[in-house]
Design a protein around this ligand. Structure first.
Ligand SMILES: CSC[C@H]1O[C@H](OP(=O)(O)O)[C@H](O)[C@@H]1O
Length: 381
């Protein structure tokens, strides 16, 4: 399986996703500044992955402090150090809740550790590192369960009596956006492993091209039957009876308490198309992406990204495509001087979503036509 993140006892590396799929290069993340820059520049991206990389970047920094004998002896000082670093890391990208959720949870763990009678600075640091390292394995487990739950729901509610289905996905929500397996792409993987996937379609996902560069890379790597389409082809694809797409499954960066969902720009348009064509529209996300503190999509901050991401594109020259030492070039693709709007995400209203696939099951709207995302957090859930 492709690995976006490699970590072992304070040694963190990430696959530089700005160079994929043409160059596979791991780069070291030694401290919080490295982590912040990698997330901001989107060398690593994907709601779960950025949370995990941020927390492990701080772990790596703490390992280095420990090796240098510089961990504060007082638990309160160690807790203060961690708190300040978490406050810095969450400023890297605002929309995905996973990052701030992880920071809040791990800050609570270190605060509790520091409050223990006789706790030392080393104890507080050890508590943080343990919690950060646990995120990697937990995310992978959650994704495999999401894949199972999503595949089951699709075969029960979207197969239309067929022994296999065609699904469309947007952006990248696979091993390159998480600690492994993926969320929406995890559902595609589960359908494929259960031999009930006729075909997967992935959108290019302009302007960062998570679909053509990352999802296509994962689907080819896993030998899953798939076709790349441009974002503008989605409507015609859904109208094409031969393709027979019966479900669209996407990821999420933040699901509000009422089910409104922030996800990669272009998701909202796909949900409108799904409604028009009678295609099921599903959001796949772990509970770490569900944000009960955000009441609706109106309250979600949408990250605006630099114009250059729209007015240029990066890749190897055609004649170099098969060279072992590929060098990537950036070429301009828009008229100089034109204004650019580049929101990284949009909001899909809950009314257009048929189900939210989580590791605890698929949440559907009640008889009142509303999602109650809080039910996921009840003990009985
Ligand atoms: C499981 S990834 C969730 C989410 O994150 C991606 O955004 P980005 O590539 O900008 O980090 C995309 O919206 C995915 O659906």
């Amino acid at each position: 399986m492709l690995q976006a993140i490699k970590y072992d006892q304070g040694h963190l590396e990430i696959l530089d996703q700005l160079q994929l799929p043409f160059v596979e290069k791991y780069i070291p993340i030694q401290n919080c500044e490295d982590g912040w820059e990698a997330i901001k520049s989107m060398k690593v991206r994907g709601a779960p992955a950025i949370a995990i990389v941020a927390m492990l970047a701080l772990s790596s920094e703490l390992f280095a402090l420990k090796a240098a004998g510089k961990i504060p002896s007082a638990s309160s000082e160690a807790q203060q150090y961690i708190s300040e670093k978490l406050a810095y890391l969450v400023t890297s990208r605002p929309t995905a809740v996973n990052l701030s959720d992880a920071a809040r949870k791990l800050e609570a763990i270190t605060t509790e550790s520091a409050a223990q009678a006789g706790a030392s600075g080393q104890d507080v640091v050890a508590a943080f590192i343990r919690a950060a390292e646990e995120m990697l394995g937990k995310d992978l487990e959650d994704n495999q369960q999401i894949g199972h739950n999503g595949a089951k729901w699709i075969m029960e509610n979207a197969a239309k009596g067929s022994p296999n289905v065609a699904v469309l996905t947007h952006c990248n929500t696979g091993s390159l956006a998480t600690s492994g397996y993926g969320t929406a792409l995890g559902v595609v993987r589960s359908l494929s492993s259960q031999n009930v996937l006729r075909h997967a379609y992935c959108t290019e996902t302009r302007p960062y091209n998570q679909g053509s560069r990352l999802t296509a890379f994962e689907l080819v790597h896993d030998k899953i039957p798939a076709t790349l389409v441009t974002d503008s082809m989605a409507a015609s694809l859904l109208a094409d009876a031969k393709a027979g797409v019966s479900a669209i499954v996407v990821g999420a960066d933040r699901v509000a308490a009422n089910g409104d969902t922030a996800n990669k720009i272009g998701t909202y348009g796909l949900a409108v198309l799904a409604k028009h064509h009678g295609v099921k529209f599903l959001v796949a996300a772990p509970l770490t992406t569900i944000d009960l503190a955000t009441k609706s999509g109106d309250d979600i901050v949408i990250e605006q990204r630099p114009s250059i991401e729209v007015t240029s594109i990066k890749g190897p020259r055609q004649q170099d495509a098969n060279n072992s030492s590929i060098s990537l070039e950036t070429v301009l693709t828009a008229a100089p001087g034109i204004n650019v709007w580049n929101p990284a995400f949009d909001i899909t209203p809950a009314a257009l979503i048929d189900g939210v696939i989580t590791e605890k099951g698929v949440v559907e709207k009640g008889s009142d036509g509303q999602f109650q995302m809080s039910t996921l957090f009840n003990d009985s859930a």
